[in-house]
Design a binder for this molecule. Structure first.
Ligand SMILES: C[S@@+](CC[C@H](N)C(=O)[O-])C[C@H]1O[C@@H](n2cnc3c(N)ncnc32)[C@H](O)[C@@H]1O
Length: 219
């Protein structure tokens, strides 16, 4: 079993009025967001990011944490599951020149609009069927992605990450520790289909045979 560790501690904190956002969400908003198309990335704020643009201030402070923790060098390979437009991979390739980076995302829209230098390295695909042979990558990273799958597929996605990694991985998922956090999560959530108490997630990881590291997105 891997360890619970916050490798995103240097990711900039975003202030949100969570309760207000939840209150204004409709089932229709959630349905539109879950298509992970233009509306989710570059549409109205009600349906997702409200404009998903590259800004070095997000991932650049995080990459040195990944680099140090996983001992990443130019000879390593990293897969990002749910890479969206490839922004994290772009910053990783910039900070660790020569490293092999690949990304997979369910969104044809995000892949088509990926940051230019990552276009050759990202492809459309489902986390529950990763298009790579066993043990392809030194490290697999998946940030806020696999909770978007239904429980059965989410379990399969964990197995897939385990299958394609050589031993190191890090994922973050929507989770809660208290009833209050659960309520906030229910209000905040737009696309997640599988979110649970942190202890339930740990049992779920064990059930999948997932041995990588993990942390939580808690509103
Ligand atoms: C909240 S975004 C996170 C994007 C990126 N990892 C980040 O942290 O900025 C969730 C991402 O998961 C992708 N996604 C959703 N379901 C997926 C699936 N079944 N397989 C692969 N990617 C998926 C979405 O298209 C979206 O890019």
């Amino acid at each position: 079993m891997g360890q619970e560790i916050d490798l995103l501690l240097n990711y900039p904190k975003i202030k949100r009025n969570i309760k207000e956002r939840g209150a204004t969400k409709t089932e229709e908003d959630r349905r539109i967001a879950s298509r992970f198309g233009k509306e989710f990335f570059d549409g109205d704020r009600r349906h997702g990011y409200g404009g998903y643009y590259y800004n070095p201030r997000f991932w650049q402070p995080v990459i040195p944490t990944f680099q140090k923790y996983f001992g990443l060098t130019s000879s390593n390979s990293v897969l990002d599951v749910g890479c969206a437009k490839g922004f994290m991979l772009h910053d990783m390739a910039e900070l660790i020149p020569g490293i092999t980076v690949k990304g997979v995302d369910i969104s044809e829209y995000a892949i088509k609009h990926a940051i230019e230098d990552m276009k050759p390295h990202v492809q459309a695909g489902n986390a529950d069927r990763l298009p790579f042979v066993d043990n392809s990558f030194d490290v697999v990273i998946s940030i806020n992605t696999i909770h978007n799958l239904e429980q059965k597929e989410c379990l399969q996605a964990l197995k897939e990450i385990e299958r394609v990694m050589k031993g190191k991985s890090f994922i973050t998922v929507d989770a809660y520790r208290t009833d209050e956090e659960k309520e906030l999560m229910l209000a905040w959530n737009l696309t997640a289909r599988t979110f649970m108490h942190v202890n339930e997630w740990k049992m779920f990881f064990a059930e999948a045979g997932y041995t990588g590291d993990y942390y939580w997105f808690i509103p």
